[in-house]
Every structure is written in structure tokens, then in C-alpha cells.
Design a protein around this ligand. Structure first.
Ligand SMILES: [Zn+2]
Length: 462
């Protein structure tokens, strides 16, 4: 069936510049109509969305599902279950798996498994280089044929500029965007946190902002040289935003994304909760009505790559999101096993989960603070990533796949990792009071997740 009438919500569809109270009618998995007082054919389920926002299904273009080979951390079923809970109807998975997704056979394997086991749509990226080793190009043409939506060596960064240039040339030929994890190895070496006051105070090796900015600048030059679309992943540093802003003004085919942890937290969090709330977390503390969440110094849930940066960098990321320099929001959901994270800070792997908290944190830090509008935030989770990756998604146009997210922007709740659908419990936001939450996630007209599903439902009469 996959037919449904969503009633009583505020419908926001940035792709169609639509923002009004309206109903959404879904017939056989496609959007059939959007408008006021729609009537449903007999027997169709009616889903009351009063007081909620109805928008195109959210897309997260930066997710690690850990298949193949790392299923102790996450798998297609658990990763997509976490996505559904977070309000995401589509995720784009990264190829730094074991083995890497660097050939058409592995792409086919993941697409087939995702169709069978995935709770939401899964789009696959392929590696830029064989085995993500940065030495030899992966077969980009056959990856494209196998259905990848972009190429990236995420988790790693191609250091050889000539090789990256060739990758860009092939990618352009095959109309694939190149997504890049921007990290200059010679500058970063074995840094584990942002290089600054706190790395010195804590005695941890620093990962300087310049290590990211250097590669962002390189990518701008290569986008200009080759005309390829280059997308800079998980931007963390003020200088990266400045480079991107200037290049976009000149019409360079470059774009960027930001993750909530980089625009909510700072490196002071690595020094422990008291240090963070005393200064950088002051504004956020107001939203923690149940008392401030606490964590010790050197908590590895605050270790990710790129690292949490200074308050000044955080402000620059927020400004970049607000003025449109950063067009896309995503989680960089990077699950790990507890035993891997429960070690000394130096030895812990980089990465945290994010699918179930990113919508709330984006609402809190971007929309509730009036930095951007609902429309802008939703665009950065829907039409903008869809455009970058040429996905036929991110809109409520009549005839489009009925991927829809319903969320309550004002629902206050506490995120607890023990309730998470992800296999991984590594989140710095455990115990945080959040404001805003997905209440239903609909993929091709089917409700794949809903909070208190039954009370909303009724059947249309004749
Ligand atoms: Zn990365």
C-alpha cells in the first residue's frame, strides 16, 4: 500500500519554496498532493501531524555504516535504524571499510545488502584510491557504473596533489563529485586534538587548524584547474570557512559541510565538563534545565577527526552556516566499539555517533538561536545534499518518492546512549537535554519509525 495522509502540520519544502500549513497525501509510495484540507481515499491511514513540521526526508551524506568488515562497530541494519530514529530517510555511506569500497563488486554487495537490510535509503560512495592508500587511483568509471554517488577517501586524504588532480579529472568526466577529508599529514602528524591552549595544558599532541586549511586551499585550486565539483567534508577551522567563502564568490565549484559537534562543542570539552561549561559552554548551559551533563577530562567521546576546535573556530563555522558558505549539514556518524574507545585518549580511535542527535543539535544551535530559519536548515539537510550528489530526493514535489520527515521543533527530551539504535554508545551528548526531535520517518510512503506511532493514526472513512 504505502499510502498515507499527513494532516495538520506546517509543510516546509525548500526545493519548491513552500512553507505553509498543509496536508501531504502519499499514494503508493509517491507524493500525490500537498495542500490544504486534502481528503484521503477510503481506508488510507491518516497521520495527525498537528503542531509538527513536515519536510522532505532528511539526507545525511556523511555516515559510516562499517560494512563490509567492521560489523562489531555498526552494520547496515543498526546504522539505518539509528538514521530512522534521527529523522533521516537517506544516508550516504563512506568507503573506508575493511576491505575498502574501491571496486564495483563491493559497491554491488553493499547496495544489495542495503536493499535487503537497510531501514532507510542507502547511497554508496567509492574510494578515490585503491584501498584508500593514496597511491593509485581506484577504477572511477566502473565505480560510477556500479552506482556510487561520489568518490572520497574519507578517514584519509590523498596527499599527492598530482594524483588528486587526476582523480578530479576522471570524476568530472563521469559527473561525480569528489568529497574530501581535508588533512595535511605533514602538518598534522600524530595530533589527537586541536593544537592550542588546551592541547598544551593537557599535554596532548596538537592537530593544527592549518592542517585542514592547507587542503581546503589545495582543493579550491584543483576545482579551478579541473572544473570538478569538490566538496570539503566536516569543516572545523575558521580559515577553511574564509577560504571557501572567498572561492564561492568567484564561482569555484567547491562546497562544504559542517557537523553539529563542531558547532556546539569546543576543545575545552576535552579538559572536562567544568572547564567547558565555565566558559565555552555558557550559552548552551541555559538549555540544560535538568542540571549540566558532566564528563571527565580526556573523555574519548570528545575525540574525533578533525578535532573539536577553539570557540573562535566554532563561531566561524556558525557564521559560515548562517551566510550559506557551508551549504550542507551532516553527522559524520562514526561508530566504534566501547572497548576501542575505553582506552587512553592517545590510543582511542577518532569518531563519535551522530545520527540521532544531529537534527536536535542543529535546531538548538542554529534555528532556536535565530541564526538561520527552519527553511534554511531543512535545505541543508535535503535539497542541498541531493543537488550535490544528483540524488532524485530532497523534495515533496508531486510524483517524487514519498520520503518524508515529521519533527517537533520544541519537544524537550534527554538523549541517552543506552536508548540508541546504533551499536555504538560513543557520543559526547549522552545525558544532554535536547530541544527538537523527529517524530516520524517515512520512506517511500512507509513509516519506518515513529514515536508513539499508534495515537497519531486513524483510518479515512468513505
Ligand atoms: Zn572524515
Amino acid at each position: 500500500m504505502n499510502s498515507l495522509l499527513l494532516t495538520g502540520g506546517r509543510v516546509i519544502d525548500p526545493a519548491n519554496k513552500f512553507d505553509s500549513s498543509a496536508d501531504v497525501l502519499i499514494i503508493d509510495g509517491k507524493i500525490s498532493a500537498v495542500g490544504k484540507n486534502l481528503s484521503a481515499p477510503k481506508g488510507i491511514e491518516i497521520f495527525d501531524s498537528g503542531g509538527k513540521i513536515i519536510c522532505p526526508g532528511l539526507i545525511d551524506l556523511h555516515v559510516h555504516l562499517r560494512e563490509p568488515g567492521q560489523t562489531a562497530k555498526e552494520n547496515l541494519a543498526t546504522g539505518t535504524a539509528a538514521a530512522a530514529r534521527g529523522g533521516f530517510t537517506s544516508v550516504v555511506c563512506m568507503p573506508n571499510t575493511s576491505p575498502a569500497i574501491d571496486n564495483s563488486g563491493t559497491v554491488a554487495l553493499i547496495r544489495e545488502r542495503a536493499a535487503r537490510e537497510g531501514g532507510v535509503n542507502v547511497f554508496v560512495t567509492g574510494a578515490i584510491t585503491k584501498n584508500i592508500a593514496g597511491e593509485e587511483l581506484a577504477p572511477i568509471g566502473s565505480l560510477k557504473k556500479a552506482g556510487v554517488v561520489a568518490i572520497t577517501d574519507d578517514g584519509h586524504c590523498v596527499q599527492n596533489n598530482e594524483l588528486m588532480r587526476r582523480a578530479c579529472e576522471y570524476a568530472k568526466m563521469f559527473d561525480l563529485p569528489v568529497m574530501d577529508h581535508c588533512q595535511d599529514y605533514s602538518l598534522v602528524t600524530d595530533g589527537v586534538m586541536h593544537e592550542g591552549y588546551w592541547s598544551t595544558a593537557l599535554g596532548l599532541r596538537g592537530w593544527p587548524s592549518a592542517g585542514e586549511e592547507m587542503i581546503v586551499a589545495r582543493n579550491i585550486l584543483l576545482a579551478e584547474l579541473t572544473g570538478a565539483k569538490i566538496h570539503c567534508q566536516h569543516l572545523s577551522a575558521a580559515g577553511s570557512v574564509a577560504h571557501l567563502r572567498e572561492a564561492k564568490k568567484r564561482g569555484v565549484t567547491i562546497s562544504g559541510e559542517a557537523c553539529p559537534h563542531h558547532f556546539v562543542l569546543t576543545d575545552a570539552a576535552v579538559a572536562g565538563s567544568e572547564k567547558f561549561w565555565a566558559n565555552d559552554g555558557k550559552i548552551l548551559a541555559n538549555s540544560q534545565t535538568d542540571g549540566l551533563p558532566s564528563w571527565p577530562a580526556y573523555d574519548t567521546n570528545f575525540k574525533m577527526n578533525p578535532p573539536l576546535r577553539s570557540a573562535k573556530d566554532r563561531e566561524a563555522i556558525l557564521e559560515g552556516v548562517a551566510d550559506g558558505t557551508i551549504d550542507i549539514l551532516c553527522s559524520d556518524h562514526a561508530p566504534h566499539c566501547d572497548y576501542e574507545k575505553e582506552v587512553e585518549f592517545d590510543y582511542a580511535p577518532f569518531g563519535i555517533t551522530g545520527l540521532e542527535t544531529e537534527l536536535s543539535l542543529s535546531l538548538m544551535q542554529l534555528v532556536h538561536t535565530k541564526r538561520i530559519s527552519f527553511v534554511d536548515m531543512i535545505a541543508k539537510f535535503t535539497v542541498n545534499p541531493a543537488r550535490l550528489l544528483n540524488l532524485n530526493k530532497g523534495t515533496l514535489s508531486v510524483g517524487a518518492d514519498a520520503d518524508v520527515t515529521v519533527f517537533d521543533p520544541n519537544c524537550e527530551w534527554i538523549f541517552r546512549t543506552e536508548d540508541s539504535a546504533s551499536k555504538s554508545k560513543s557520543s559526547p551528548f549522552s545525558g544532554w537535554q535536547l530541544k527538537g526531535k523527529a517524530t516520524a520517518t517515512i520512506v517511500s510512503g512507509k513509516i519506518v519509525w515513529a514515536e508513539n506511532q499508534k495515537p497519531h493514526m486513524a483510518l479515512a472513512a468513505a
